[in-house]
Design a protein around this ligand. Structure first.
Ligand code: NAD
Length: 486
């Protein structure tokens, strides 16, 4: 039996302190179904303490009053420490959510380092004050940190979603209360230690592992200035509605049902690995940007179906700690059941299981789902419209490029996508017509140097890149006196 990673205290305002309550969160391994971690469950009383400290640190403390360059020194130390210990971080994330190490090292740990790097690069070029000619005289346009930030994050890519909020918020001079998902509290506590060791002043960061009640309490708190959220559409809507009460700023990174459009001249040697990489091999399909609808010209349907079926069937499913495993377990039994339920729905709707379609043989312990490819899918089916969040992918036929674009856009979501063609210019033209926040030509990529976020139900606001840093500032216009006419 493995040792349990156990914490007895909460990181509030830079100190490890006794929790207000006695409830704990147990982290259960998706592989062994055994408890592997235990932390105190933060309550609203802990949230009050964290918010009061964050408010005081923002209103009176040194952090927002340091220069951006001085804050960047501390943030660089945090980034360097994560980079130096990235293997340990990847293992900790995998322990909790079952992300295959093959994905975890890059997609969980190094991607978080990347998010810090792009925020630091953006900060170097960021100007907090510019003067411009106004209509009645010169105007000094200033950028002030938005204030106390509540960062609420999911379990699937916990450190990437934290880094996309924490790095720009800290650089901007904000103070932060992080509420990680109850499935992944251990890496968040790990990060708290890293930040303290890097010299982040007291009061600037609190970490409150908890469920949605404490999250909702933070969102409604009048002393929180901004909620930066990543998670489901349902929670995003609830958060936006609650934030309206105090006009708390929100950024929402929500779900997706993204399309990979294969044009008639697509090279399958490029498209098939990209679709696999953008679905089953991306955190076992538990990725908001997953390319879960593959749109194929009718003339090439059989050829693509055969190639993808072969590729999916050949993926190694199993223990995520094995460095050759491509598809690990789902994070919880509930997520496994959700996937299996959608597989049942797909069959009932008349889609055809080309490969997979259940629990892989020999993997009855742990929450595994076979890489599953549905053929003969139409865009009105629930499996084509709703986010499944696992290794379940739909194959759809189209006749014309216009129809392919219409199908891609016929979705409540608008997060990601891909277009494949032997002619990249032709693919780029098609990409321009797809209403999503990100789209890749001949590949699958989430580029942290670019703004990332969703159209439609996929969210509001952008993270990463310079736009992700700008999201943690308010504008202030100082109207300067007009020069005396001489
Ligand atoms: P979730 O919405 O259930 O939970 C996300 C976080 O929000 C958790 O910390 C949870 O405790 C908290 N929460 C839930 N309801 C809340 C409320 N009413 N008020 C305050 N906090 C609340 O999502 P999940 O199951 O943890 O994550 C999966 C979802 O996240 C998927 O829909 C996925 O597409 C999405 N996601 C999006 C992105 C993106 O960048 N667009 C990235 C990763 C995951």
């Amino acid at each position: 039996m493995t040792d349990i990673v156990e914490h007895h205290t909460l990181f509030i305002a830079g100190q490890w302190v006794e929790p207000a309550g006695t409830e704990t969160i147990e982290v259960v391994s998706p592989v062994t179904e055994q408890v592997v971690g235990r932390v105190p469950h933060a309550t609203p009383a802990d949230a009050d303490k964290a918010v009061a400290a964050a408010r005081a640190a923002f209103d009176h403390g040194p952090w927002p009053r340091l220069s951006l360059v001085e804050r960047a020194e501390v943030v660089t130390r945090i980034k360097d420490a994560i980079a130096a210990r990235h293997q340990e971080l990847a293992e900790l994330v995998t322990l909790q959510n079952g992300s295959p190490m093959l994905f975890s090292v890059r997609g969980q740990a190094l991607s978080a380092v990347g998010a810090f790097e792009v925020a630091l690069a953006a900060a170097e070029r960021f100007s907090q004050e510019d003067e411009r000619p106004g209509t009645g005289g010169p105007v000094l346009v200033r950028r002030e940190p938005v204030g106390v930030v509540a960062a609420i994050t999911p379990w699937n890519v916990p450190q990437l979603t934290i880094a996309g909020k924490l790095a720009p918020a800290l650089l901007a001079g904000c103070t932060v209360i992080l509420k990680p998902s109850p499935e992944t509290p251990l890496d968040a506590n790990w990060l708290a230690d890293v930040c303290a060791e890097a010299g982040l002043p007291d009061g600037v960061l609190s970490v409150l592992p908890a469920g949605r009640e404490t999250g909702a309490y933070l969102v409604a708190h009048p002393d929180v200035d901004k909620v930066a959220f990543t998670g489901s559409v349902a929670a995003g809507k609830a958060i936006m509605a609650a934030a309206a009460e105090n006009l708390t700023r929100v950024s929402l990174e929500l779900g997706g049902k993204s399309a990979a459009i294969l044009l008639d001249d697509a090279d399958l040697a490029v498209a098939v690995p990209a679709v696999v990489g953008g679905t089953c091999a991306a955190n076992s399909g538990q990725a908001c940007v997953a390319l879960t609808r593959v749109l194929v010209p009718a003339s090439r349907y059989d050829e693509v179906a055969a190639a993808l079926t072969g590729a999916f069937a050949g993926l190694k499913v199993g223990d995520p700690a094995d460095p050759t495993t491509v598809v690990g377990p789902m994070v919880t039994r509930q997520q496994q059941e959700r996937n299996l339920e959608y597989i049942r729905i797909g069959r009932e709707e008349g889609a055809k299981v080309l490969t997979g379609g259940g629990v892989p043989k020999g993997l009855s312990t742990g929450w595994y789902v076979s890489p599953t490819l549905f053929g003969d899918v139409t865009n009105d089916m629930r499996i084509a419209r709703e986010e499944i969040f696992g290794p379940v992918v739909c194959l759809l036929r189209y006749e014309t490029v216009d129809e392919a674009v219409a199908l891609a856009n016929d979705s409540a979501f608008g997060l990601s996508g891909a277009v494949f063609s032997a002619d990249p210019d032709r693919a780029t033209e098609v990409a321009r017509r797809v209403r999503t926040g990100t789209i890749t030509v001949n590949g699958f990529r989430l580029d942290l140097a670019a703004p990332f976020g969703g159209f439609k139900d996929s969210g509001i606001g952008r993270e990463f890149g310079p736009e992700g840093l700008a999201a943690y500032f308010e504008y202030q216009a100082v109207n300067l006196p007009a020069p005396n006419p001489s």
